[in-house]
Design a protein around this ligand. Structure first.
Ligand SMILES: [Zn+2]
Length: 288
């Protein structure tokens, strides 16, 4: 379990599960470079890849403890969820809550849950199954959903990918009166604000933490694999708006490279993230 500080904010990861991703199958826009991954891989930390060279995707929450609040950032797949379109996550039974307890956090201690977006692997533990009904896992928390994101998923019809998780992991929170719709720039407290990073989904946002002289950006699914630092046009098949996401990636790289702002992607096998470095041929990444 990795813990790090951003000024006075402590951050702990709680891992649910992980999975290697076959880049040529799972990504689009590779433009004939699928057979040149080895050469690109050398510039990135080895921890991001399996021994066979595939990027490892980790499904985790980051628990942020600010001087004022306990915030759970993204909530993985969840247990006992029927995911016929995501067989990997179908009817999972993991020890996620034990991991949360090991991090010193009980469900009742959480003040806020923030979902960077409402894909299946970011909302699962919003709810858990009790006596046949989905109830909020964190009974005292305010669940913060980005309004544009919520509106998008409200319109996704039954049977479409993502409707199932919206129905069992978002709507029960709304029914329980535990949610609040927020927009880009919303300040959860004086150390943490919502940063718009649109494209992967329409309302996709990260969290920007500022405390003392230290800063970090939790980037959700803006980047899935480090290759995208060098090739921001590569996009995972589930990306909703690839052109918009690519533009967001390019602007993000230009803004944060060669700064002391820590960058923490949701799924990288580097729980404390790292720092972007501009190179002659794109961007590299140094572990924090
Ligand atoms: Zn994700």
């Amino acid at each position: 379990m990795a813990t790090f500080q951003v000024g006075a904010v402590s951050v702990t990861e709680v891992v649910e599960t992980d999975m290697p991703v076959p880049v040529p199958l799972a990504f689009r826009g590779l433009d004939g470079e699928a057979d040149r991954l080895d050469a690109l891989r050398d510039r990135f930390p080895p921890a991001l890849f399996t021994p066979k060279g595939h990027p490892l995707l980790v499904f985790r929450s980051h628990v942020l403890r600010t001087p004022r609040s306990v915030i759970v950032l993204d909530t993985c797949w969840g247990n006992q969820k029927e995911r016929l379109l995501d067989p990997y996550a179908h009817l999972l039974d993991t020890g996620y809550l034990d991991g949360l307890a090991a991090a010193g956090v009980g469900p009742a201690d959480v003040d806020y849950v923030f979902c960077t977006h409402l894909h299946q692997d970011h909302v699962g533990w919003n709810t858990r199954l009790v006596d046949g009904a989905w109830v909020p896992t964190f009974p005292n928390a305010t669940y913060l959903f980005v309004a544009a994101e919520y509106d998008h998923w409200t319109a996704v019809p039954p049977g479409a990918h993502g409707h199932d998780s919206f129905a069992d992991s978002v709507l029960p929170v709304v029914a329980a009166g535990r949610h609040r719709l927020v927009g880009p720039g919303f300040a959860i407290d004086d150390a943490v604000r919502v940063e718009p990073l649109p494209g992967h989904t329409p309302g996709h946002c990260g969290l920007h933490v500022t405390s003392g002289s230290e800063e970090a950006v939790f980037t959700g699914d803006l980047f899935h694999v480090a290759y995208q630092f060098a090739r921001p046009g590569w996009h995972i098949v589930s990306e909703h708006g690839a052109r918009r996401a690519t533009a967001t990636r390019e602007a993000f790289l230009a803004r944060y490279a060669d700064t002391r702002v820590r960058v923490v992607p949701a799924h990288f096998n580097l729980p404390a993230g790292g720092y972007l470095e501009k190179r002659a041929d794109g961007y590299g990444f140094a572990p924090a």
